[in-house]
Design a protein. Structure first.
Length: 441
């Protein structure tokens, strides 16, 4: 970094970092065993939550310059927030990380390539659902036209890193454009209505993972929910908020609040841990905006994960049945650490006849997906994934259940890397539950 950049970033840290929150860290070290990057880096303090907070405070105090080492440490963080539940002081590490990344990325000089890529992803793709549909349709054309077979047989894929080559193999078969365009906006409960809910359909979830959204809505109907799906909702903004684009994430948050606030729903249901945790944080994101702070808090108070409402509506007492198999569960970091939801998925899985549930060691340790982390930090991501797969294999499970699209792809990637595709599968929990429910009809 050049001197002018460092000065701008230092000033940004002084003006925008929550200094009181930085001071809340007692340096006790309870966070260290919970941090995947600290463990995988050989217990390097610079790659621990405690170490990163110390660096942030040192930059604010003027003790160190925000150099490349500081940026590297923050970039290597997964943002899994596993340090938060174990912190005796309740430090909101995730908020500090987002603040620091935003300051750095808004004040550093980026290369033309980086500017272009960030502009396409953050400004021209994810905020526009119609463009997400177009991008997904292009992937569908690649899969259905024969281009995928040609790319694999010709050796073109060999020019990509191993993780990208393997990821290409595990991408879901995406729906056709007509299906992507024909999405419902209102569904009635099957049999007796118990709740009226709004469904946050998301961007990737309603395109690449559309079938899982369909499963979610079917489960809600079976559980007795009337469902409203606002057409004007957009991406939750999590990718932006975690990647130094907080102002853009605020714009997206406001659009979502407007889309949902007049529906009169009991809850706003999500089925992606990463989205849900960011939606829950809208109150914090907009806390300094007088016009939006109360509206954001009200919105956030209604967010509920699909597994939570299913347990609330006694879906675990339904006749759920599948062929005999061992299953294990990989926690979504943000579902557990952000939404505090971890008992409900296990309760639902344990209620299925024929299923033997085996808890995975370190089930709540991050799998290494973390949004686009497995692409931009592939080496560390694969180290973390290798550990996760060792624990998964120890359970002897046929099926690994997840509750987040990134985790789902990462676990599929791990299964493929381990050569276990013939004996093991990874499934989103709602697809698994729907399979169990409909098999018993």
């Amino acid at each position: 970094m050049k001197t002018a950049e460092k000065e701008r970033i230092s000033q940004g840290f002084k003006e925008k970092m929550d200094y009181d929150e930085l001071l809340n860290c007692m340096r006790c070290g309870f966070c260290l065993p919970s941090c995947p990057t600290y463990i995988e880096s050989g217990m390097d303090e610079a790659h621990s939550p405690r170490g990163r907070i110390a660096m942030m405070k040192a930059v604010v105090d003027g003790d160190i310059a925000p150099d490349q080492d500081v940026k590297r440490s923050l970039d290597l963080c997964l943002g899994c927030r596993a340090c938060e539940p174990v912190c005796p002081s309740g430090v909101k590490y995730g908020h500090l990380l987002e603040q620091a990344r935003d300051i750095i990325y808004q004040n550093k000089k980026s290369s033309i390539v980086e500017k272009t890529v960030r502009g396409i992803v953050f400004n021209n793709l994810f905020p526009h659902q119609n463009r997400m549909v177009t991008a997904t349709n292009l992937l569908g054309f690649y899969q259905r036209s024969g281009l995928q077979k040609v790319a694999r047989k010709s050796g073109i894929m060999n020019f990509f890193p191993e993780s990208i080559r393997t990821m290409e193999k595990v991408l879901p078969t995406v729906p056709k454009k007509k299906e992507l365009k024909s999405r419902p906006n209102h569904l009635h409960a099957i049999h007796v209505q118990k709740k009226k809910v709004a469904f946050f359909s998301g961007c990737l979830m309603d395109t690449m993972f559309m079938s899982t959204n369909d499963s979610t809505m079917k489960l809600l109907q079976y559980a007795g929910c009337e469902i409203v799906i606002p057409e004007t909702q957009n991406c939750c903004g999590a990718l932006h908020g975690h990647s130094g684009e907080r102002e853009k994430s605020k714009e997206m948050a406001k659009k979502n609040i407007e889309a949902f606030e007049h529906i009169g729903a009991d809850y706003i249901i999500t089925n992606a841990g990463g989205c849900g945790a960011f939606l829950v944080d809208y109150g914090y994101l907009l806390k300094d905006d007088p016009e939006w702070s109360y509206r954001a808090e009200k919105f956030s108070s209604k967010i509920k994960d699909i597994t939570s409402i299913l347990v609330e509506l006694d879906f675990d007492k339904e006749k759920l049945r599948l062929e005999e198999q061992i299953v294990t569960y990989q926690d979504s970091c943000h579902l557990k650490n952000g939404q505090k939801t971890f008992i409900e998925p296990r309760k639902l899985l344990q209620s299925i006849q024929g299923v033997t549930y085996v808890e995975m060691k370190d089930a709540s340790r991050c799998c290494g997906s973390a949004g686009i982390y497995n692409i931009v930090e592939s080496e560390m991501s694969m180290q973390i994934l290798d550990y996760k797969m060792e624990q998964a294999k120890m359970t002897k499970a046929k099926t690994i259940i997840t509750a987040n699209p990134g985790c789902l792809l990462q676990m599929k990637l791990g299964i493929e890397r381990e050569g276990l595709s013939d004996t093991m599968r990874a499934v989103h929990i709602v697809d698994f539950l729907l399979e169990a429910f409909e098999q018993s009809l």
